[in-house]
Design a protein around this ligand. Structure first.
Ligand code: CAA
Ligand code: FAD
Length: 379
């Protein structure tokens, strides 16, 4: 057993830390306040190779592993959780299913453009009436000659409106529940594909969350991903890895809040000494640091399992469940360490606390993670 990062992983971490500090952190609060997505940050990530971390060079990637991927999401989220989820949705939700289920032509076209950052990706499963019960979706795809005609609405889509390539799930057989769902690669600009409401949110406010509308949208049959009826399996197996990206986002948010709380506790004085010297505060910091470390270990373990070709669905659900809850606890305590100042926008901890909440909700709520873990334990 080796808990050391490899030289490549350590170098990547350092490179992302430098990038995050210089190009992401300075505008994080302002983008949050203005609910503004910055495509320029994504373009810079593309220049650094981050938009294709785990894919082979033949498909435009840099051929690194999934541990490197979670390190990237963690370090970005440590300063800006919105930037973390932009990359996580792009890599694990939009690119992974093409890498895993796409044919050679789909990989050379769509995966290559995603990996090089020429295109931004998104994943569209959820609907107004189908969140946790994803298979109850209503969007349909009807075969008509050499195309599928899509009709319906998707909601809550991360990178929605900004993304160029969307993995969209729709029913090709309305009568069959799970086995009647298929996956499609849909491009922005296709006739009949438009964008609806952009959500106003509690946190991750510089990550756009947008409704997708399909009205007789003709998608060429060569954009079918896998076989007809494979969609639910594709959606679920994609989430197996995606959930670990959210675990990494949660670890990063919690680490960012802990960093801020430790620094503040050392400089803020009450009763004639830094508050860090009060046992009530130092015990809090110790609990926070322990939670972050445990969450990180679960996350890295799930990524290691994926990189080494071992089953990782349960490990990933456990990492997301634990890390999401840890992030919520740690960020709430960070606000407490800052006292009244923590409740204001003069310090970043209130943003970390608002951002942490989503990690318990998306890519399957934490109740759904428990359901997934429970089923795997007893099946
Ligand atoms: N891999 C492959 N196949 C899988 C699978 C997996 N991980 N999980 C289930 N399946 C297969 C099953 O084997 C089964 O196949 P058979 O019929 O051949 O046996 C089929 O799928 C149906 O499985 P279930 O009976 O378990 O399905 P269910 O309807 O009970 O749903 C669920 C299970 C886990 C609750 C699922 O609906 C779920 O994950 N819901 C949450 C949805 C979710 O996470 N949405 C996230 C949207 S993306 C997002 O949020 C993005 C973002 O944050 C940035
Ligand atoms: P519901 O399913 O209605 O759940 C409501 C409550 O009931 C929750 O507490 C839930 O845990 C609980 N519950 C439901 N079923 C069970 C059960 N069986 N057992 C116990 N409790 C249960 N979706 C995408 O497809 N792509 C995206 O890019 C995307 N990005 C998102 C970004 C944001 C900011 C948000 C808020 C959501 C995003 N989503 C995305 C959707 C997200 O995955 C769903 O919101 C989530 O899966 C929950 O679905 P729901 O909101 O419909 O809640």
């Amino acid at each position: 057993m080796d808990f050391q990062l490899t030289e490549e992983q350590a170098m990547l971490r350092k490179m992302i830390q430098d990038f995050a500090k210089k190009d992401v952190a300075p505008t994080a609060s302002e983008r949050d306040e203005e609910e503004r997505f910055d495509r320029g940050i994504f373009d810079k990530m593309a220049e650094l190779g981050l938009t294709g971390i785990p894919w082979p060079e033949t498909y435009g990637g840099i051929g690194a592993d999934f541990v490197s991927y979670v390190i990237a999401i963690e370090e970005l989220s440590r300063v800006c959780a919105s930037t973390g989820v932009t990359l996580s949705a792009h890599l694990s939700l939009a690119s992974w299913p093409i890498y895993k289920y796409g044919n050679e032509s789909q990989k050379k076209n769509f995966l290559y453009r995603l990996a090089t950052g020429e295109a931004l990706g998104a994943y569209a499963l959820s609907e107004p009436g189908a969140g946790s019960d994803a298979a109850s979706m209503k969007t349909t795809a009807t075969k008509d000659g050499d195309a599928y005609v899509l009709n319906g609405n998707k909601v809550w889509i991360t990178n929605g409106g900004e993304a160029d390539i969307y993995i969209v799930f729709a029913k090709t057989d309305e009568a069959a529940k799970h086995k009647g769902i298929s996956a499609f690669i849909v491009e922005k600009g296709m006739a009949g594909f438009t964008f609806g409401k952009k959500e106003k949110k509690l946190g991750i406010r510089s990550s756009p969350t947008t409704e997708l509308i399909f009205e007789n949208c003709r998608v060429p049959e060569e954009n079918l991903l896998g076989e007809e009826g494979d969609g639910f399996k594709i959606a679920m197996s994609t989430l197996d890895g995606g959930r670990n990206g959210i675990a990494a986002q949660a670890v990063g948010i919690a680490q960012g809040a802990l960093d801020a709380a430790v620094a503040y506790a050392k400089e803020r004085e009450q009763f004639g000494k830094p508050i860090a010297h009060l046992q009530g505060i130092s015990f809090k910091l110790a609990d926070m640091a322990t939670a972050v470390e445990a969450a990180r270990l679960l996350t890295y373990q799930a990524a290691w399992l994926e990189s080494n070709g071992k089953p990782y669905g349960k490990a990933s659900a456990m990492a997301k469940l634990f890390a999401g809850d840890a992030a919520m606890r740690v960020t709430t305590e960070a606000v407490q360490v800052f006292g009244g100042y923590g409740y204001t926008k003069d310090y970043p901890v209130e943003r970390y606390m608002r951002d942490a909440k989503i990690t318990q909700i998306y890519e399957g709520t934490n109740e759904i993670q428990r359901l997934v873990i429970g089923r795997m334990l007893t099946k």
